[in-house]
Design a protein around this ligand. Structure first.
Ligand code: ATP
Ligand code: MG
Length: 140
């Protein structure tokens, strides 16, 4: 399998509960390398642009409110099959349905406040990494 990069976000519910280190340890133990990382507070316009793909979904407005409610840690993870691997480590969107031992099952609060975001395909990973980082900020 090819080495890939994926965009990860540690969401406001997780930064608020001081879970950044716990979550990063899970990524590193699973063989993913954090090749870029920064803690930022998204503006409303930045959150809306990032989630533009979800514009028609009923939860879009609430999701943008939530993602701007506190700081987030945006990061690029690198590794073999990193996109799918990260989504395995994250678990299903709804923490109640996520497999035991995944980030969302262990730490998630609700279907919205579910600790982490991860890109879902090579095309979305490329868009999302470019949205959050300049090439010069990423070093493998
Ligand atoms: P992410 O894109 O954050 O990695 P995902 O791909 O598992 O998660 P999506 O369907 O892309 O889930 O939804 C994006 C985000 O919107 C979810 O992570 C969650 O925070 C929020 N969300 C999804 N479904 C709902 C819902 N039914 N009600 C409220 N919020 C939701
Ligand atoms: Mg998604």
């Amino acid at each position: 399998m090819a080495v890939e990069r994926t965009l990860s976000i540690i969401k406001p519910d997780a930064t608020r509960r001081n879970l950044t280190g716990d979550i990063n340890t899970r990524f590193e133990k699973a063989g993913l390398r954090i090749v870029a990382q920064k803690r930022i507070r998204l503006t409303r316009a930045q959150a809306e642009g990032f989630y533009a793909v979800h514009k028609a979904r009923p939860f879009y407005g609430a999701l943008c409110d939530y993602m701007t409610s506190g700081p987030v840690v945006v990061q690029v993870l690198e590794g073999e099959g990193a996109i799918a691997r990260n989504r395995e480590i994250m678990g299903a969107t709804d923490p109640k349905k996520a497999a035991k031992g995944t980030i969302r099952a262990d730490l998630g609060e609700s279907i919205e406040a579910n600790c982490v975001h991860g890109s879902d395909a090579p095309e979305t990973a490329a868009f999302e990494i470019g949205y959050m980082f300049a090439g010069i900020e990423i070093t493998g």
